[in-house]
Design a protein around this ligand. Structure first.
Ligand code: PMP
Ligand code: GLN
Length: 380
């Protein structure tokens, strides 16, 4: 078989979760909460199933959910997306990212990604027959160098992908960054894919700069989010994409033949939840900030040095005081010998910075889980 994805193996999240299970490690690797989803959401899901919402949903998403997403988007970002022509419900953000790329990127074209970036981006670009052009973020602050992005643009560039709050670093793009992106793309036919799955997990009073806030950006953007992150249910795999009507139409051509529609009962549950409890997403930042602050305080009692975390639910740590192993070897050793699973950063890069000694720990966990991990990390 001549593989279409020669560089791809099994994703690091699966590899590390399996290793954690085999060795009984506390799993702070793969990003998922270990606490309950809101009770109301589970009740609404059960109610939807009992009410008979068990057949194919509307292809683009049930109207009530698209409407609820439109209402939330208006409340949070002051932009009214049209529920019928601009919002599509997908089976996770992963599907939305894949669809957007498949819908508008042609063979031979280029997509600019900022490294480190989420591991599903490049395979989706490769399968479109296009090429990922990797522009590194600053290795310490994870801020973009927009001049480097400008230099990477060619006549073949069809898309720029951004992700804020950023996985794995937690870095956030500022209003200045967004205005610079608008300057960069003005007059071009480059699309923007803005991965905003951690949109509600932002700290210290910061504001999430959604591409939807910027008219010049949203007119060329696919804005992607995930209910998995917002409602502690990564296994339900429900997300959505907001894009202008012309782009949504192309996006839906892929969606309808990729999955056709997304799990129907969950759509009813999210619609009810979004409308009934806007406090849930409004208070999500504070909820996670308490976890972040407690975990960082605890890390000060270890030899791991925590980097700043402006958003998201991952804590990067510098482990150079503990080990000189490369990050893949270090994360394996930490899992198998020390009983705490972490995610290395190198799988998020085309070319990892030489000598980088960083690992990613997920703090979307109960206090008991984090306490158990810290107890082990104190012994490094
Ligand atoms: N983008 C980023 C940056 C992510 O962290 C994730 C989740 N790991 C996704 C996309 C995919 O989200 P979903 O689980 O909804 O497919
Ligand atoms: N997004 C999650 C992370 O970064 C994992 C997603 C997955 O396991 N595919 O850890």
């Amino acid at each position: 078989l001549q593989t279409k994805l020669p560089k791809v193996g099994t994703t690091i999240f699966t590899v590390m979760s399996q290793l954690a299970a085999e060795h009984g490690a506390v799993n702070l690797g793969q990003g998922f909460p270990d606490f309950a989803v809101p009770k109301r959401l589970v009740d609404e899901l059960a109610r939807a199933m009992q009410a008979g919402h068990n057949q194919y949903a509307a292809m683009t998403g049930i109207p009530a959910l698209r409407q609820a997403i439109a209402t939330k988007t208006q409340r949070v970002y002051g932009h009214r997306a049209d529920a019928d022509s601009e919002i599509t419900v997908t089976s996770g953000a992963t599907e939305a990212i894949f669809n957007a790329i498949a819908a508008v990127v042609r063979p031979g074209e280029e997509v600019i990604v900022l490294d480190p970036c989420y591991d599903s981006y490049e395979p989706a670009i490769d399968l479109a027959g296009a090429r990922a052009v990797h522009v590194p973020l600053d290795p310490r602050t994870f801020a973009p160098d927009w001049q480097c992005v400008r230099d990477a643009i060619t006549p073949r560039t069809r898309m720029l992908m951004i992700n804020s709050p950023h996985n794995p670093s937690g870095a956030m793009l500022s209003a200045d960054d967004m205005r610079t992106v608008a300057d960069l793309l003005r007059g071009s036919d480059i699309f923007l894919l803005s991965d905003e799955v951690y949109e509600h997990i932002v700290f210290d009073g910061a504001r999430h700069e959604s591409a939807l806030r910027y008219p010049e950006l949203r007119e060329r953007a696919f804005v992607v989010s995930s209910f998995g992150k917002t409602y502690h249910c990564t296994g339900w795999k429900v997300g959505y994409c907001i894009a202008p009507p012309v782009l949504s139409a192309e996006f839906r051509k892929v969606h309808q033949y990729n999955v056709f529609c997304t799990f129907n009962p969950a759509q009813h549950a999210f619609a009810a939840m979004l409308d009934a409890e806007p406090e849930h997403y409004e208070q999500l930042g504070a909820f996670y900030q308490a976890k972040r602050d407690r975990f960082r305080e605890q890390l000060l009692g270890t030899q791991l040095k925590p980097l700043p975390v402006p958003g998201g639910y991952f804590q990067l740590v510098d482990y150079s005081a503990v080990s000189d192993l490369d990050d893949l070897a270090f994360c394996r050793w930490l899992t198998t010998d020390k009983g705490v699973a972490a995610i290395p950063l190198s799988p998020f890069y085309e070319t990892p910075p030489a000598g980088q000694r960083l690992a990613r720990l997920c703090f979307a966990k109960n206090e008991a889980t984090l306490d158990a991990a810290i107890e082990r990390l104190q012994k490094l």
